[in-house]
Design a protein around this ligand. Structure first.
Ligand code: SAH
Length: 407
């Protein structure tokens, strides 16, 4: 059989596009039309809040009425998306006479154009048509996109213009489960020549890398903390200067107790371009997967993320523990396992009720995840008895005591 369609890329910028019908199909099609710069006019007596929001924002013009013959005058492209087959047929008939290509949402093969399943990847625009099997085209589109993101489908991109350094990408890998990295982070990781990885970064992602990718384990760099940061900075700079694309893979978000900004500054000082890719921080994600929302309507209107790497009263501490003791909302304590008895005591002294609920989530999002629920007065003893170990996020406040969804 001959191909029923001819695949083409339309330049709709500044051109009149008429969409008839403002329901869910419109809602799905409009963002891409708008993104392509089309001058969209929507004709429909009703529409959804998200579509009328686009009209309010000036992204399209909404004519709040039914379709009438003549509406397609001067249009370059039309879409018949009502739930009324007769109206869709009338729109397509006018389009045919006016020689305007027209998509028909209810019966695709009766229109003169069809919408491909489409997707974007780093400047590529991908479209798949299957001749009337939308689920099939969507599945193929998804697999190609996933393959591109994971680096298994060749992207063909010219790596870097001559003379320019590819630089360093500082990538937040999320709390541990390899699925919780961002799409952008994964895409950059797939292009890395060198990966410098932290102890708490999602290490399973390294299995996907090609054998020639050099992996530097930042956790194995010896010396004390301060010196090892200098070694890490020097490692990033040295590889980047050699023309390698370096991904610095960190746990959670690079800027939440991750020392990410120190690395950015060091690279900038050395003239290395840096891309920052935020990550899902364990401060919020780890409580979430253990059914602890860090805020909840009527329960907590504030959340403070606190580092427990030094004790209360330590001269290096920048934390006002008295203030945290007076606060009613949520405290998310990171790196707090070792000194939990001191933090609990400081909060009790500051005025937090002994019955304040506490949830400790160890190895959050990982197979070994463990959750301990307690109260502020006994949490230190109970955590010690249960053998709680880092990494763990400790959530203190009424949200840690909310009823649990039954599963
Ligand atoms: N930049 C990271 C945090 C680094 S500090 C982020 O945004 O998530 C390290 C602390 O993060 C650990 O001591 C622990 O408190 C917490 N943490 C990180 N990953 C964790 C995980 N999977 N489960 C529990 N806590 C985690």
């Amino acid at each position: 059989m001959d191909d029923p369609h001819y695949l083409s890329g339309l330049d709709l910028a500044g051109r009149r596009v008429v969409m008839v019908g403002g329901g869910t199909v419109a809602q799905r099609r409009l963002p891409r039309l708008v993104a392509a710069g089309a001058r969209v006019e929507l004709i429909s007596p009703h529409t959804s809040p998200s579509v009328s929001g686009m009209a309010d924002a000036g992204e399209l013009v909404w004519h709040e009425r039914r379709y009438a013959e003549g509406d397609l005058a001067d249009a370059w492209y039309a879409l018949a998306c009502t739930d009324d087959a007769e109206v869709n047929a009338a729109v397509c008939a006018e389009a045919e006479r006016a020689r305007v290509f027209c998509v028909r949402a209810d019966e695709g093969d009766l229109g003169s154009a069809v919408t491909p399943a489409s997707g974007r990847h780093g400047g590529l625009l991908l479209g798949v048509l299957s001749g009337g099997e939308p689920l099939r085209s969507a599945a193929v589109r998804d697999s190609i996109l996933e393959g591109l993101q994971a680096g298994v489908v060749e992207d063909g991109r010219v790596p870097h213009p001559a003379g320019e350094l590819p630089g360093v990408a500082l990538v937040g890998g999320g709390p541990g489960d390899p699925d919780l990295i961002t799409v952008r982070g994964r895409r950059l990781l797939a292009r890395a020549d060198v990966v410098v990885v932290d102890r708490l970064a999602p290490r399973e992602l390294l299995d996907e890398l090609a054998p020639e990718v050099e992996i530097v384990d930042a956790a194995k760099i010896p010396y004390g903390r301060a010196a090892s940061q200098e070694v890490i900075n020097a490692t990033l700079i040295e590889h980047a200067k050699a023309g390698k694309f370096v991904v610095r893979l960190k746990g959670g978000d690079p800027y939440v107790f991750g020392r990410g900004f120190e690395e950015v500054l060091a690279c900038a000082e050395a003239g290395i371009p840096v891309t920052m890719v935020p990550g899902i921080t364990s401060a919020f994600a780890v409580p979430a997967v253990a059914d602890v929302p860090v805020t909840h309507r009527g329960v907590a209107h504030e959340v403070v993320v606190v580092s427990g790497h030094v004790a209360p009263g330590d001269e290096r501490s920048l934390v006002d523990w008295d203030l945290l003791g007076r606060m009613r909302g949520t405290i998310v304590l990171m790196m707090g396992v070792e000194r939990l008895p001191q933090f609990a005591a400081a909060l009790l002294t500051g005025g937090r009720p002994p019955s304040t609920p506490v949830a400790i989530v160890e190895d959050g999002t990982m197979r070994t995840q463990r959750v301990l629920r307690s109260t502020l007065d006994v949490v230190a003893a109970e955590a010690a008895a249960a053998g709680v170990r880092p990494p763990a996020v400790i959530v203190i406040g009424p949200v840690a005591g909310l009823a649990q969804p039954s599963s």
